[in-house]
Design a protein around this ligand. Structure first.
Ligand code: PEP
Ligand code: MG
Length: 589
């Protein structure tokens, strides 16, 4: 039994068998076979080894001509692995004793051996482990060649383990038998974390070594609240966690009963609590949890659904109409496509590997680079706007006013085109921008003269302002919403919006943490958009505190020079205003 500590994403507990997903093409599931199928399974395994041998032989011959004899020896090593009798015999034994499919048996034997080599911490064996993995994958590919790879027919509860998953992987995990997932890489504000929350799927990210420590079939306990993963726990630990999982489930949203009451602070400041959604089906949950509208619909997840193709204009139109309709007249902010950067999950968009994707063709830049795709989205979106006046449009990753003018001009051109085709849409809907790049924040006063609203994307704004990759957990400790410079930046944006009398929302993760939300409250923010499950907590929090006390704290703390001290002051003030129970739930957990 071993416990690894990482970043927990959802508060749930998951218990299940590990399923190693290192290569999407090659996921291996355990299948139980009939007794009379055992020898054919052994035969197909022996045949797979022979096929791998001949593949390696022909690669070796080709490579000799191209890279010379001295380098082709690498394939010699691969050939020797295939000659290894113990790997072969162990696998055959495993098939016979466990009566299972050959790919499962081989993966069990292979990964046990790889783990042993990796555990020796010697560079020679580390290299051998890589060779083994390479050859092993070849054999597994041969054995699993024609198999269906979805998670449809799972019999056991599983927890998926990998090095890193993009949001596209995660959406395929939406299956009752998939209880959670865990990765070597990733942090709390990555899109992987965001979609895990949307699917309410327990996850622990950033464990560094998990994909090298476990093999498929190991039992795992995943505690999303504590950020722990326990590998091969004993029976007592499993029993304890099963109990804990039940109470944790019951503890979800003790404040649900209050969400229909207005979100007003004790001193009478009215706030708007909105929902961020990634899937149209979340709108229902959002309203049930008390959302006053949809503050952010991330349309990249619609693209994901159709990947590797693209959604058609009608797909866009019907999805946006469905969201606006389900929102029952409440405001809905649809954000245009924000792919690129760490949202690398639509293969069709990726031209070549960018050196710094987060600073490259992402968000509105990518859209302007591919107007053929962007136009289809905008046409569908404007058609939906003609039917649902509660829709407003938002553009991501705007860096300067001119960029906004360019997209607005394109939108107007498309509106006229649609009007020419008979659509009734006299004017553009309300248009806003994400403030998530420092340059946009610094010109917020100018930008505010042209747009109808701002939404502060603190996930990216912190990343770009503090030079911290939001997906890199090694620098996550620097991801500080209370950084004095960042507080000043937030202040600038909120002030600019207020001066121009346009609404400003925060739709980054900051809005969903009571402590960070109190900082936003003290800066005068009134609109908070967050994942639907956080709304009851934030609702309860704002109703239990005095807004003016936070404003006073902020005023009296200037000049702010130390983020840690500042954070502590907010914590102390919150401590004074919340009951012990509320403090434990809202701040400490
Ligand atoms: C943000 O950057 O804060 C944001 C809400 O957008 P996303 O997380 O989709 O990049
Ligand atoms: Mg963003």
């Amino acid at each position: 039994m071993e416990t690894l500590k990482g970043v927990g994403v959802t508060s749930g507990i998951a218990i299940g068998q590990a399923l190693l997903l290192l290569d999407e093409e090659m996921v291996v599931f355990r299948e139980y076979i009939e007794e009379n199928q055992v020898e054919p399974a052994v035969k197909s395994f022996i045949q797979a080894i022979a096929t791998a041998k001949s593949q390696i032989q022909s690669i070796k011959t080709q490579m000799k001509g191209r890279i010379g004899e001295e380098h082709a020896f690498i394939f010699e090593a691969h050939g020797l692995i295939l000659e290894d009798q113990s790997l072969k015999n162990e696998t055959i034994k495993y098939i016979r004793t466990h009566q299972c499919n050959p790919d499962w048996a081989f993966s069990q034997v292979l990964y046990a051996l790889i783990r042993e080599f990796q555990g020796l911490e010697d560079s020679f064996f580390a290299e051998r482990a890589k060779d083994l993995e390479d050859v092993g994958k070849r054999i597994l590919k041969i054995l699993t060649g024609n198999k269906e790879r979805g998670f449809k027919n799972l019999k056991d509860d599983i927890i998926i383990v990998g090095s890193e998953f993009g949001p596209s992987n995660i959406t395929t995990f939406d299956n009752p038998k998939v209880k959670g997932f865990t990765t070597d890489l990733g942090g709390p504000t990555t899109h992987t974390a965001i979609i895990a929350k949307a699917l309410n799927l327990p996850a622990v990210l950033g464990l560094h070594t998990i994909s090298r420590k476990v093999k498929s079939g190991d039992i795992l306990i995943l505690d999303g609240l504590q950020g722990n993963v326990i590998i091969n726990p004993d029976a007592e630990t499993i029993a304890n966690y099963r109990k804990l999982a039940k109470t944790r489930k019951r503890k979800v949203s003790p404040y649900m009963g209050e969400v229909s009451l207005p979100a007003v602070t004790l001193d009478g400041q009215k706030l708007q609590l909105l929902a961020n959604v990634e899937l149209p089906s979340e709108v229902e949950t959002a309203l049930r949890n008390g959302a006053h509208g949809i503050g952010l619909y991330r349309t990249e997840f619609l693209f994901l659904q159709y990947s590797p193709s693209f959604p058609t204009e009608d797909n866009h139109y019907s999805t946006y109409c469905a969201i606006a309709k389900n929102a029952r007249g409440l405001p809905v902010t649809i954000r245009t496509l924000d792919l690129g950067g760490e949202k690398f999950f639509h293969r069709a968009f990726i031209r070549e590997k960018e050196l710094n994707p987060v600073l490259g063709l992402r968000g509105v830049r990518l859209c302007l680079f591919r107007p053929d795709i962007f136009r289809v989205q905008l046409r569908g979106l404007l058609r939906a706007c003609a039917e649902y006046p509660n829709i407003q449009i938002m553009f991501p990753l705007i860096t300067q006013t001119e960029e906004f003018h360019t997209v607005k001009a394109l939108l107007e051109e498309i509106r006229l085109e649609l009007v020419g085709e008979g659509l009734k849409l006299d004017q553009l809907p309300k248009l806003g921008v994400m403030i998530e790049v420092p340059s946009a924040a610094m010109v917020a006063d100018h930008l505010a003269q042209f747009v109808d609203f701002f939404s502060i994307g603190t996930n990216d704004l912190i990343q770009y302002f503090l030079a911290i990759d939001r997906a890199n957990d090694d620098v996550n400790y620097l991801y500080q919403p209370f950084h004095p410079g960042f507080i000043r930046l937030l202040r600038t944006v909120i002030r600019s919006a207020k001066k121009a009398k346009i609404p400003v929302t925060c739709c980054g993760e900051m809005a969903s943490h009571p402590l960070q939300a109190s900082l936003l409250l003290s800066l005068g923010l009134e609109n908070f958009s967050m994942n639907p499950t956080s709304i009851p907590d934030i609702h309860h929090f704002v109703c239990a505190v005095q807004a003016k006390s936070f404003r006073k704290l902020f005023r009296e703390s200037k000049p702010i020079t130390n983020g840690t001290v500042m954070r502590q002051k907010y914590l102390d003030l919150i401590r004074n205003q919340l009951s012990d129970n509320d403090y434990t739930r809202l701040i400490e957990s």
